[in-house]
Design a binder for this molecule. Structure first.
Ligand code: ZN
Length: 220
């Protein structure tokens, strides 16, 4: 688990490079180039995020979104903007106005995690430079942690100590089975001893003449 801001930094860097490219293209070719630039933008963003990210509430670790809904990030606002959020995230009704920062004068409603923590803003009216964030879910990075899919921190092969509950359980079960086998083994050798003892006793009886004669008499 790591802070969302750390994971998103690479993405922001990639986006920053791209925004410069986009501006250069706009200057050179004008507004007609809008469509191909957008097409390229999608490719750029896919390059920026090398593995899907799962975003979690920093307070309760509930999953609140993922990078498949990615729209953009804003380094100055310290936010990421997604098209939507996970079920359980609730948008509040009260309209507020930003009185400071890069979104000064913008109106928004906040949204919160099911645990009550405020996660971010849905901008209703925005300054021109924030138009691309309007009506979308803009998460405050400080309210999030993130998990990058595939970033496995614990490996069963590398760990000598058993850390997985199933493995610990299995070890206990093997212990129980071994104990049972020892008990059965002891019982078995006890029985074998008894049988050997009885055979020995029987052979002694057979050797006694009295027994032989009685057997003979019975056979007659
Ligand atoms: Zn939460």
């Amino acid at each position: 688990m790591q802070a969302a801001s750390d994971t998103v930094r690479d993405v922001q860097r990639a986006e920053g490079d791209h925004q410069q490219q986009q501006q250069q293209q706009h200057e050179g070719q004008g507004e007609e180039s809008q469509k191909p630039v957008n097409g390229e933008e999608e490719e750029e963003e896919e390059d920026g995020i090398d593995a899907p990210l799962v975003f979690q509430c920093a307070a309760c670790r509930a999953v609140v979104g993922d990078s498949f809904a990615w729209v953009c990030s804003d380094q100055d606002l310290n936010t990421i903007t997604l098209t939507g959020a996970a079920p359980g995230v609730k948008i509040n009704g009260q309209l507020e106005t930003s009185t400071q920062g890069r979104d000064l004068g913008s109106t928004y409603v906040t949204f919160q995690c099911s645990c009550g923590a405020i996660l971010g803003r849905v901008y209703q009216t925005t300054a021109r430079h924030l138009d691309h964030m309007r009506d979308l879910m803009t998460f405050d990075l400080d309210a999030l942690t993130s998990y990058k899919l595939g970033s496995v921190g614990v490996s069963a092969d590398e760990n000598d100590e058993l850390t997985f509950p199933s493995a610990i359980r299995m070890k206990e079960d093997i212990g129980k089975i071994q104990l049972l086998m020892i008990t059965h083994d002891e019982k078995l050798s006890e029985l074998q001893e008894k049988v050997a003892h009885m055979e020995h006793q029987a052979s002694i009886h057979q050797e006694q003449p009295q027994t032989r004669s009685s057997k003979r008499s019975k056979r007659k």
